[in-house]
Design a protein around this ligand. Structure first.
Ligand code: UDP
Ligand code: MG
Length: 335
């Protein structure tokens, strides 16, 4: 039987990028013996993205789309895509062609012939990124891999092929915090990296600013390590020990040499230092408690507003490729 591969493409305000992406896939992806499905997830776009998707889906029966009810963020959009994809293997991809489509053939070869469950792209160069982004990314990976139980491969992004069973495993992870790279690493399975050099964005502009990336990194660390929480018992213990030793010294000095009043500077710096440290540790507690709060509420990760299968798009005048439409006409609106 022909294998189906689903490309899962989250898009937010990408009206100029949809058609270049589709035609790049058309031109560069030739997979004999495999059928392709392109699933776009419109993550609350406010431009003409959804109109572009509707047109694209009418022209090409391999294209499906989901529209989320608002912007939920790329991770949630990808989760929606993994839930709705039907492929035997799934490839999450960015729409801006920073994930080169010509890699797909190699992904598929390693999956089908090499028996790998996960084939992930590894960026060999980050030349197109600003120096600031490179350094911060580097620091992040080093920190993450030092303290998380399941390390993530350096410079591997979301661009990868996932076998169906990996996707099913991902679906069993119930957390609201969708730090995908961490989740991919957590589920494991037989994996291999494929090096590639990442081109710069073809059209449009990046959707991530510094603040979004910072929160993303925080989600990653807090979601996959309890070390920032636990480290305070050790810091507290160490400081208490030092304080005790110092107290002994002060008392001894007072007994031997008499009282020693001046001390404003040392008292002040100790007060400020410990005040700062206490606030910092409470802040870190807060990061975890806030996430507990979010998890406990058990809200859905995303909401679907519309789906290409239910959309009342005008029927195309020419019959679409066989099997596609008829197969889904019977499915209820049960998303
Ligand atoms: N994206 C999304 N929701 C968001 C932000 C981004 O679906 O809230 C999509 C975006 O449309 C693109 C992909 O995620 O297809 C990667 O975004 P971008 O290229 O801006 O990230 P960068 O490559 O700069 O890290
Ligand atoms: Mg990009």
């Amino acid at each position: 039987m022909k294998k189906l591969i689903t490309l899962v493409v989250p898009v937010m305000d990408e009206e100029e990028a949809i058609f270049p992406f589709v035609s790049a896939i058309d031109q560069e992806v030739r997979l004999p013996g495999i059928s392709l499905e392109i699933l776009f997830i419109d993550d609350g776009s406010t431009d003409g993205t959804i109109e572009q998707l509707k047109v694209a889906a009418q022209q090409d029966p391999r294209i499906r789309w989901l529209q989320l009810s608002r912007n939920f963020g790329k991770e949630a959009a990808m989760t929606a895509g993994l839930d709705a994809a039907r492929g035997d293997a799934i490839i999450p991809m960015d729409v801006d062609l920073q994930d080169p489509p010509e890699l797909i053939a190699e992904f598929v070869r390693l999956w089908r012939d090499g028996g790998y469950d996960v084939v992930y792209g590894v960026r060999t160069s980050r030349d197109e990124d600003t120096r600031q982004k490179r350094t911060s990314a580097n620091l992040f990976y080093r920190l993450f891999n030092r303290i998380a139980q399941t390390p993530i491969p350096d410079n591997a992004g979301d661009y990868r092929l996932l076998d169906r069973r990996v996707v099913e495993a991902m679906k069993r992870l119930p957390e609201r915090n969708r730090f995908m790279k961490g989740l991919f690493a957590w589920v494991g399975y037989r994996s291999i990296g494929v090096p590639y050099s990442r081109p710069s964005r073809q059209v449009g502009s990046t959707k991530f600013n510094f603040w979004k990336l910072w929160n993303f990194a925080l989600d990653g660390v807090v979601g996959f390590s309890t070390l920032p929480l636990r480290v305070w018992s050790y810091i507290g213990g160490g400081v208490a020990l030092l304080a005790f030793l110092y107290a002994v010294v002060i008392v001894a000095k007072a007994l031997i040499f008499g009282r020693d009043t001046p001390g404003y500077a040392s008292v002040m710096s100790a007060v400020l230092f410990f005040g700062g440290m206490q606030l910092l540790s409470i802040g870190i507690l807060g990061e975890y408690v806030a996430r507990l709060f979010v998890e406990v509420k058990q809200r859905p990760l995303y909401l679907i507003a519309e789906d290409s299968r239910q959309a009342s798009a005008p029927e195309p005048t020419e019959p679409v490729a066989k099997g596609y439409r008829s197969q889904h006409d019977h499915e209820g609106a049960s998303q």
